[in-house]
Design a protein around this ligand. Structure first.
Ligand code: ATP
Ligand code: RIB
Length: 301
């Protein structure tokens, strides 16, 4: 069954330079090749979901500029419905300045631009998209008031809500308790709960209202904590070259699985496989696999 997914989130053009090592504070280094690559957590997750088989609609904002045109075109080429990705004449398209080192580790600085101009009116005029979807996927690269309102609308229309709280910020119980699946990485979980250990972070997030917690642990896989208890689902063993968008690959494919009616653990398996493939390739959206690749990869493991 093909699931219908709605992503409300960011679109960025990633400005990427490969480096031998990530620069220390105050250090100037010479980098390698420079690339402009479609990214942004919202768009990456939309693409990951579309490539793994979901019908995806995206709500977002870009500027009226070359980067905005490229981002809209590339999302449309992935079959994403971009009629609700507004072109804002007053804002620049979001960009992310990314360095990737020889071990595939990265630093990312985002200049949000048009993403922060996403408005309540944009959500209001996309009610039809809420009415048609079964799963809503959100991140935190857009204004928090938009995230809150999108969650309220999802509740109104009966959608399951997946929140990837990245970049991390402390969120209130009213919001967290309305989210069905909270998917932070380990650092985000610690930061949101103000905790020093993963156990303390889990307890803290549950106290704040989180119900199903799906914590990604990089090469160590995923920890699921929900009403069925706590279980660890390992990652696939691969040699990473670039981990940019690993989390997005996971979230997008996980959401596809949910929208298809898979169990949480099955959807985590799909997410782990898509994310493992993504870390073996460079860039954000170019690294995201299609479903046939994911199925073939899982068949060989
Ligand atoms: P990023 O910020 O790099 O996009 P993240 O910090 O949001 O990612 P991670 O927990 O690092 O998220 O990774 C998300 C998922 O990607 C992991 O749960 C795992 O499934 C997969 N993954 C990441 N790194 C590796 C790796 N080295 N080998 C295999 N799978 C990996
Ligand atoms: O998660 C990776 C993404 O974070 C990049 O594509 C970049 O645009 C930032 O939003």
């Amino acid at each position: 069954m093909q699931g219908k997914l709605l992503v409300v989130g960011s679109l960025n053009m990633d400005l990427v330079v490969g480096v031998a090592h990530l620069p220390h504070m105050g250090e100037t280094i010479l980098g390698g090749k420079f690339d402009t690559i479609p990214g942004g957590k919202g768009a990456n997750q939309a693409v990951a979901a579309a490539r793994t088989g979901a019908a995806v609609t995206m709500i977002g904002r870009v500027g009226r500029d070359g980067f905005g045109d490229v981002l809209r075109d590339s999302a449309a080429k992935d079959g994403i419905d971009i009629r609700c990705v507004t072109v804002d004449p007053q804002q620049a398209t979001g960009v992310a300045l990314i360095t990737v080192d020889a071990n595939g580790q990265n630093t990312i600085v985002v200049a949000s631009g048009a993403n922060l101009a996403l408005s309540l009116a944009d959500l209001e005029s996309a009610r039809e998209a809420f009415a048609q979807a079964s799963v809503l996927v959100l991140q935190l690269e857009i204004p928090l008031e938009i995230v809150r309102q999108a969650v309220r609308m999802a509740r109104e229309y009966g959608l399951k809500v997946v929140l990837n709280p990245a970049p991390a910020q402390v969120l209130e119980t009213e919001l967290l308790s309305a989210v069905d699946y909270l998917i932070p990485n380990e650092g985000e979980a610690l930061q949101m709960a103000g905790a020093q250990t993963l156990d303390a972070a889990i307890a803290g997030l549950q106290k704040l209202g989180a119900r199903s917690l799906i914590i990604t642990l990089g090469e160590n896989g995923v920890l699921v904590v929900d009403a069925d208890g706590r279980r660890h689902i390992p990652a696939y063993a691969v040699k990473p070259v670039d981990t940019v968008a690993a989390g997005d690959a996971f979230v997008g494919a996980f959401a596809t699985g949910l929208a298809e009616g898979l169990s949480v653990d099955q959807a985590v398996g799909l997410g782990n496989a898509a994310a493992a493939i993504s870390v073996t390739r460079h860039g954000a959206q170019p690294s995201l696999p299609v479903r046939a690749e994911v199925d073939q990869f899982r068949g060989t493991k």
